[in-house]
Design a protein around this ligand. Structure first.
Ligand SMILES: [Mg+2]
Length: 229
């Protein structure tokens, strides 16, 4: 039997402390020393505008890194403006924040159980792929974090134009992975990962999360094997 696990990336295999707001604050710390912005100030301005905030709408027009970052860069610029930066400086900082966010050597880390779980499941005959709502540079992050030897394929919303939980995000993943005979989705988001996959006919496991009413949960990635075997 051809068996595949689709993994969410952010919050499941890897994480960046503070997420986007953390990156924006780190950028201010580096280039605006003495600033008085705190992460909570940025939250209201990062709740909307990212492609995954409108997952019901495909975005083929954002299919290049330039187009994607023109769109998201405007969100970052607006956030900096709203917390008091002058428009020109906000635009400069947004570019610097982009550079920082896609740098796998700054901030990004794997969870401790990521590699052991991937190895354990590979040993049991499971192939691995990533299905993520993420930045265009995700494949380089996956490589830079040392995951490319475990993961056959990275299917990324920035490239496909479909954000989870859109059903086509899962359909594209199944197509690109050759319609495996058995497939599971594993992720930390009860809506995008679990409900989306199940609506697309893919059984799913919620990991690392307390919310949601998912039938299948795993506290750590090492507990995934108990569900899929
Ligand atoms: Mg996630």
């Amino acid at each position: 039997m051809d068996r595949l696990i689709l993994w969410d990336f952010d919050g499941t295999l890897a994480f960046r402390p503070g997420m986007w707001r953390g990156c924006l604050i780190e950028t201010l710390d580096a280039y605006e020393p003495g600033h008085s912005v705190c992460a909570d100030d940025l939250i209201p301005w990062l709740r909307d505008g990212f492609p995954w905030h409108a997952a019901e709408t495909p975005h083929p027009q954002l299919g290049t890194a330039e187009a994607w970052w023109a769109h998201v860069g405007a969100v970052l610029r607006r956030a900096y403006e709203r917390v008091g930066l002058a428009p020109e400086r906000a635009a400069e900082l947004a570019v610097l924040a982009r550079q920082r966010y896609v740098d796998c050597s700054v901030g990004w880390r794997l969870f401790d159980d990521t590699v052991p779980a991937l190895e354990q499941l590979a040993g049991a005959g499971w192939r691995h792929a990533i299905l993520s709502n993420h930045v265009p540079e995700l494949p380089a992050l996956v490589e830079g974090l040392g995951l490319s030897s475990f993961v056959e394929r990275t299917i990324n919303s920035a490239t496909t134009g479909y954000e989870k939980p859109h059903p086509e995000a899962f359909a594209v993943a199944l197509r690109e992975c050759g319609h495996p005979g058995e497939v599971w989705m594993v992720g930390d988001n009860p809506v995008a990962d679990v409900a989306g996959a199940e609506a697309a006919g893919i059984p799913a496991i919620l990991v690392r999360a307390d919310d949601g009413d998912s039938r299948r949960r795993a506290a750590t990635l090492l507990d995934v094997a108990a569900h899929v075997s």
